[in-house]
Design a protein around this ligand. Sequence first.
Ligand code: ZN
Ligand code: CU
Length: 503
Amino acid sequence: MTTDADKLNASNSNSCDTLIRNVSLIDGSGAAPFNADVAIANGRIVKIAAVGEIAGWTATFECDGSGKVLSPGFIDVHTHDDTNVIRQPEMLPKLSQGVTTVVVGNCGISASPVSLQGAPPDPMNLLGEAEDFSYPTFASYVAAVNLARPSINVAALVGHTALRNNQMDRLDRAATDEEIAAMCAQLIEALANGALGLSTGLAYGNAISAPTSEVMALAAPLAAAGGLYATHLRSEFADILIAMDEAFRIGKHARVPVVISHLKCAGVDNWGRSGEVLAALEQAQRYQPIGCDCYPYTASSSTLDLKQVTDTFDIQVTWSEPHPEMGGKLLAAIAAEWNLDLFETAKRLQPAGAVYHGMHDDDVNRILSHPATVVGSDGLPNDPLPHPRLWGAFPRVLGYYSREKKLFPLTVAINKMTGLSAERFGLTERGLVREGYWADLVLFDAETVRDAATFTDPMQPAHGIEAVWVNGVLSYRGGAEKAATGDRAGRFLARGRPLPVMA
Ligand code: ZN
Ligand code: CU
């Protein structure tokens, strides 16, 4: 533990652990870059000064950042890394992008609190195998994360589908009052141990039978704890406005901020509706706190869903339990090979995973650049052929969307990946480069940073990420090396300052 006295001592002395010199500092607030030296001690930023002003300081480790940008480490607000942060604590897909914190437990699925009664139900199977779920309480999950000491920090939501599966004999019905009470008790335990809030994935078969009233009742404990409500909407297709309205009503009823997960206009019939969708969001923002996250691609990915099978865009199968040999092929090609229609083919492949090329550029551009939007990868770390967002989302925002397409300036891109994200999710003393804040930092080359992961070759570390510090510890070296240093310094992050609660 670092005490305030320690901090003061460190900042008054002329020595520190690490000194990063001559950087172009983009502090995460959206403010313009300025040239600075940054000193780190005891895991925190202790001094930010104009170049040369702290020339007399000595450091155990010095880094020359000439020509490079230093910014807060990126916060991936939408992940499914729940069990991977424990099983694969190096977390290279994220660390190599400059990500220093992940939020797990999105889309209604979380690794805790979970007591499975068999195989994990769809889509909890995205998080791992049955034996990977061994956290019956949220407290046991927190302990496991801290014991594993992943390379990045971890904050967590609690999934509605996970709670349903704990308490219900079948998921194709509404929960009873007793079941909701039992789910609430588990949510309260999680909130008491630092969970950020509740997530739902109402579009999925195992949650779609939950009426709005079930979620409203379950969301009751959130306000007192300062938690939030994050939702994968009941529909991202034709009924998206109805689904958004449901989310807003739940947030209003529970008096908590709402985060719409991976906001998109999915399906050809829905293309071009992002203006309408964002207008509905802005309208609701006048009465309650609402934000959203978005990944920077026109393709989505999840388990193979029969409801999403269509011939109007490409669907790539990424894995199939009964037919692993079909991983990587287009659903249409498999259908032709089997001489079946798309629907029958999909049925035969299940359980399976897929990438759906079902979004339009204009909609992604409009949503990504909206001031309400922060960046989340939605990467699927257990997919053998993962959507490239797992390894590429953050550098892609910097390289493709900001530098090449000029969708927004670099300072705005960084704010959407750091300062705004921390504020939205209540991550205290993170997301900005400020004296006294934790030293989660990334050094990158603004001219060359870009994603390297593609749909055919997705497990590729990004270019242009030079170095990543987590809690003051140098955890990743880029350049030609592109490797973790082996020093892992991540920790579990409990919910910070209470979020604004509606009157
Ligand atoms: Zn989702
Ligand atoms: Cu997700």
